[in-house]
Design a protein around this ligand. Structure first.
Ligand code: KIV
Length: 253
């Protein structure tokens, strides 16, 4: 259990002090378990589309899905900061972003995350102006996977590196309390981390971010049919469950 309630400001203030551990949860038991493990940031990510709902990517996830899973995770009343993703097409205008972010807060989230930097400037500034704690997300943006034709490492080309730095500086200036860097080339993630005053939380972006985030299912092996290359699972929970279920079935004779 965390010693006291984690807020967006706690996460912001941890830059340069403690490495931020962040994991996903989409339900009550996982949120409760992560909280008992002292994980300070829990994300109800739109990755739930793949690991909970059986979609091929995050582009099918709706506001109703995110509200439902946020309500479930929030019932754990975690000491951790509970962040929920704004799904694809839920923040096309500043008004839509604020309205949908408020729906996620009403479902129990304490902050929201959306994908993009300067491209969603008006939306980010509107949410922050409305008092909604905002977590940025740069690098590979899974909601754009179809246009991009896959999950590609970002920042190797000079133009991409500069655009990422510009986006990161914008998010810090707009008062995002932290930013996720997904599949950013490790030297560029290190450079962004040094350049901005708010924490970077990496996923597949090397070891030099201010924190790391993973999809919990990848870490513990509860979605064994696909594991991203950058994840080293710490256990294969489904293999243990498979053995237990098979043994029970055999025990019936
Ligand atoms: O949806 C998600 O789980 C995420 C993390 C992987 C950063 O956005």
């Amino acid at each position: 259990m965390q010693p006291s309630k984690v807020t967006a400001e706690t996460i912001r203030a941890s830059k340069g002090r403690t490495k931020i551990a962040a994991l996903t949860a989409y339900d009550y038991p996982t949120a409760r378990l992560l909280d008992e493990c002292g994980v300070p940031l829990i994300l109800v990510g739109d990755s739930l589309g793949m690991v909970m709902l059986g979609y091929p990517d995050t582009t099918h996830v709706t506001m109703a899905d995110l509200e439902h899973h946020t309500r479930a995770a929030a019932r754990a009343r975690p000491q951790a900061l509970l962040v929920a993703d704004l799904p694809m097409n839920s923040y096309r205008t500043p008004e839509e972003a604020v309205a949908n972010a408020r729906r996620l807060l009403a479902a129990g989230a304490e902050a929201v995350k959306a994908e993009g930097g300067v491209a969603i400037e008006a939306q980010v500034r509107a949410m922050v102006a409305a008092g909604i704690p905002f977590l940025g997300h740069l690098g590979m943006l899974p909601q754009h996977v179809l246009e991009e034709g896959g999950y590609h490492l970002k920042g190797r080309a000079e133009a991409e590196r500069q655009a990422l730095l510009e986006d990161a500086r914008f998010l810090a200036d707009a008062d995002a309390f932290a930013m996720v860097l997904e599949l950013v080339a490790a030297p560029v993630a290190r450079e962004i981390t040094a350049a901005v005053p708010v924490p970077t939380i990496g996923i597949g972006s090397g070891p030099d971010c201010d924190g790391q985030i993973l999809v919990t299912n990848d870490l513990v092996g509860t979605f064994p049919w696909f594991t991203p290359r950058f994840v080293k699972p710490r256990m294969q929970a489904f293999e243990g469950m498979r053995a237990a279920i098979a043994e029970w079935r055999r025990s019936l004779g």
